[in-house]
Design a protein around this ligand. Structure first.
Ligand SMILES: C[C@@](CO)(OP(=O)(O)O)[C@H](O)COP(=O)(O)OP(=O)(O)OC[C@H]1O[C@@H](n2ccc(N)nc2=O)[C@H](O)[C@@H]1O
Ligand SMILES: Nc1ncnc2c1ncn2[C@@H]1O[C@H](COP(=O)(O)OP(=O)(O)O)[C@@H](O)[C@H]1O
Length: 289
């Protein structure tokens, strides 16, 4: 039996879900001004790490999607570690292990959540004690979604992804949620470039009912243009008994459905797995504020 290494720290990289995503304009710098309600699932990837005596950064991967990624410099975990090192101005080392449970490039911010988890973990491991706002600033250099993933709480997100406002909507926390991905990867940049540049108005939802009735994902049409199967995922989710809201997350292809009970979520998961055995799905809940 291996001894438990007391110096190993762990973090969960919670899956991000955009309950609503309004795209307001294409900015001069090529990024898009967004208004989005971010929630986080209670599940995600797992990152663990301990100090490396040689002061090197190394990463190993396992889990269902571990083989879909390299463990080199372009992995967002390694990137995050290097950015934090740079920021601290000291070469410190870590041996990291990422258990990749979430599909890659799938609109649920797996890579962004991993990068944020790496910042949180190394901030503790290296005893750097940077405040959250500083980790969020470093996170923005790694990707637009990383700042929100640092705290992984329900937030209204604006700008490119760096304007964060904690947000409480009654009844959201604990809602049974099903994530479904049809196994196609879509590129975030190409989905944004397919957006029709029509501003359909602000996101003002303050209740779950508003979110269901008035809010949208403005990238859905563009993503369906790139991967038509996304329309089938949404249609299948919407016809499941007990569904309150079904929509695409981020730039796709993962879609989510919120259910009124755990039983209706479980029944939907069973039904979809039987109809589409090749699709990935995750039964989870919306995390606490
Ligand atoms: C669409 C969203 C919604 O939460 O999520 P995902 O689909 O990635 O999960 C995010 O805005 C994605 O954030 P992230 O995946 O971190 O994007 P980045 O690496 O910063 O940018 C990738 C590319 O997406 C486009 N991009 C991203 C963010 C933004 N506000 N406007 C953009 O136009 C740009 O073309 C950029 O080159
Ligand atoms: N640890 C990581 N997990 C997932 N994707 C990663 C990781 N490191 C680098 N990437 C790259 O980042 C890109 C976006 O990943 P991800 O954040 O999962 O997308 P999305 O936000 O659309 O779910 C992918 O093209 C992937 O190759």
């Amino acid at each position: 039996m291996p001894l438990l290494d007391a110096a190993t720290l762990t973090e969960t990289a919670y899956a991000k879900v955009n309950l609503a995503l309004h795209v307001r304009e294409r900015r001069a710098d090529g990024y898009h001004a967004l208004e989005s309600l971010f929630v986080f699932a209670t599940d995600g990837d797992r990152l663990s790490g301990c100090l490396d005596v040689g002061n090197e950064i190394s990463l190993t991967l396992d889990g269902p999607f571990g083989a879909a990624l390299g463990a080199g410099a372009d992995n967002l975990v390694v990137n995050a570690a290097k950015k934090l090192q740079e920021h601290l101005g000291e070469k410190r080392g870590a041996r990291l292990k990422l258990t990749k449970n979430l599909p890659v490039a799938s609109g649920i911010g797996g890579g962004s959540a991993d990068a944020a988890a790496a910042l949180r973990l190394l901030n503790r491991l290296w005893d750097a004690r940077l405040p959250r706002a500083e980790l969020e600033r470093i996170g923005l250099e790694l990707g637009s979604d990383v700042p929100a993933c640092v705290s992984s709480v329900t937030q209204m997100v604006r700008g490119r992804g760096e304007v964060l406002e904690p947000c409480h909507i009654d009844g959201l926390s604990g809602i049974p949620m099903l994530l479904v991905n049809p196994g196609v990867g879509v590129s975030t940049a190409s989905v944004f470039s397919r957006w029709d540049r029509v501003d359909r108005g602000p996101l003002t939802a303050s209740t779950l009912e508003d979110l269901i009735v008035d809010a949208r994902n403005d990238l859905e049409e563009a993503a369906i243009g790139a991967a038509p199967v996304i329309a089938d995922v949404i249609a299948l989710l919407r016809e499941q008994p007990g569904v309150r809201l079904a929509r695409m997350s981020g730039s796709g292809a993962t879609c989510f459905a919120l259910f009124d009970t755990l039983d209706s979520r479980a029944a939907a998961a069973r039904h979809i797995a039987a109809r589409q055995p090749g699709w990935w799905s995750l039964e989870t809940e919306i995390g606490g504020a």
